[in-house]
Write a protein that binds this ligand. Structure first.
Ligand SMILES: CC(C)(COP(=O)(O)OP(=O)(O)OC[C@H]1O[C@@H](n2cnc3c(N)ncnc32)[C@H](O)[C@@H]1OP(=O)(O)O)[C@@H](O)C(=O)NCCC(=O)NCCS
Length: 173
């Protein structure tokens, strides 16, 4: 699959479902990325849920190494993005956009219509990234949502619109 706005050579990087052997790589990226990273146990609890999906970004020539990952929950009418990270050494190369593009392709006017994500109030980089990918902050702020720091969670949402439908149709021409 081609991603219009990606700076990555898409014949080189791709996305696949995660498997048990990816856990170490995911943990490693998580620990390099966050002051309060998820533990192995948190990953395992998430991955055991039947409606949770974990996808990893990998290099086609070396598929076992993980460069980024996303974990999301599939609900009937929406997708809740739970965790989303790119290896710090491979950021600003379009890998995050590649993952989000794949998620946006799961939306449709008559089924899943939106993607939700709770983000730390201090995570400006993440907010800017999501904004650049078409997400908007809502007025819905969860005060003191993060028990570790007491930070608020901003609620960002992507809602499918006519633009998405016409973009997808234009893919076929
Ligand atoms: C947020 C994150 C996933 C972005 O991944 P990425 O692969 O670097 O993103 P992309 O290269 O696709 O960036 C696309 C656009 O998003 C915006 N963006 C991304 N990172 C940004 C930053 N640090 N500051 C400002 N804008 C940023 C830019 O508009 C960028 O386009 P540009 O590079 O042409 O300016 C990555 O920075 C990350 O893993 N952060 C830590 C984890 C995290 O905060 N996760 C939750 C938030 S989604």
């Amino acid at each position: 699959m081609r991603y219009f706005d990606s700076k990555i050579d898409n014949d080189d990087f791709s996305l696949r479902w995660s498997n048990r052997t990816d856990l170490f790589g995911m943990l490693n990226i998580e620990q390099k990325s966050f002051e309060n990273p998820w533990t192995e146990n948190t990953f395992l609890q998430c991955l055991r849920q039947t409606n949770f999906v974990a996808k990893v970004a990998y290099r086609v020539k070396k598929p076992e190494k993980v460069f980024g990952f996303m974990i999301y929950e599939l609900r009937k009418e929406k997708i809740n993005l739970i965790n989303f990270v790119v290896d710090p050494n491979f950021r600003r190369k379009g890998m995050g956009s590649m993952m989000i593009s794949q998620l946006l392709n799961k939306l449709s006017k008559d089924r899943k219509k939106e993607i939700n994500f709770n983000i730390r109030e201090t995570n400006l980089e993440g907010q800017l990234f999501l904004k650049a990918r078409g997400f908007n902050a809502t007025r819905d702020i969860s005060r003191g949502y993060y028990a570790d720091t007491g930070e608020d969670a901003y609620h960002m949402v992507y809602k499918i619109g006519d633009r998405d439908i016409s973009n997808r149709i234009s893919n076929y021409f």
